[in-house]
Design a binder for this molecule. Sequence first.
Ligand code: ARG
Length: 261
Amino acid sequence: MCPPEYFAVQYEINPWMHTGTPVDAELAVKQWTGLREALSQLGHTVHTVDPHPGLPDMVYAANSAFTVDGVVYGARFRYPQRGPEAAVYRAWYEAAGWKYVTPAHTNEGEGDFAYLPGAHGGIVLAGYGFRTDEAAHAEAQEALGRPVVPLRLVDPRFYHLDTALTVLDDTTVAYFPDAFSAASRRVLRQLFPDAILADAADAEAFGLNAISDGRHVVLNAEASGMASKLAAAGYVPVPVELGELKKGGGSAKCCVAELRA
Ligand code: ARG
């Protein structure tokens, strides 16, 4: 995770961002700290990366890379405003001793890649359509040695896979069907007949931008409808206030790059 000390909405690269919107960086840090503490209380180890002035979106650490079994498939950002983040994060991964694979293709890390360790021995779901190039899916498959399933995103509000789909445990996902093309919806139905389906209100409240340990699901406090659906399915929702970070088009999951050793 990376604290939002320099968080601001200085450019508009997704429909949630409006440069006129005032951002309270202090409140953002406070909310981010609440998220970090919620994760620590659930037993996760949280490492933090130093924020850089001039890189206001660094707080969305999920976009920094995608890690499976100790291999870090690095990011290459779509927009130049975020481009320099890749090298800053790369330096962190390498200093921490991770095996880092530098990508040739545009991809925004865990923003567009998700991992299900228990499905068919471990499969990767990969979004495309807005940020990540399809060529990066094949590159990730070669880097990680796991089958990669491409899913086309079609709604600009849900421009990253992690705004439209969340992994709840080793084999289960929740997703908002309308965020995907008809063919990708069919693929999702085939792979996950028992998925939890979210509606537009759940997705708009960033209820799918969640972090699960298989039981506890940390998500934006605004997503109360999603929280009820998760509770009805036997999960324990852990709501966290993240209103400031939503102004940049992200929430709980966006703030976390998972380290799968
Ligand atoms: N402002 C950032 C962008 O548009 C938000 C990234 C959100 N991250 C995520 N994993 N969905 O790139």
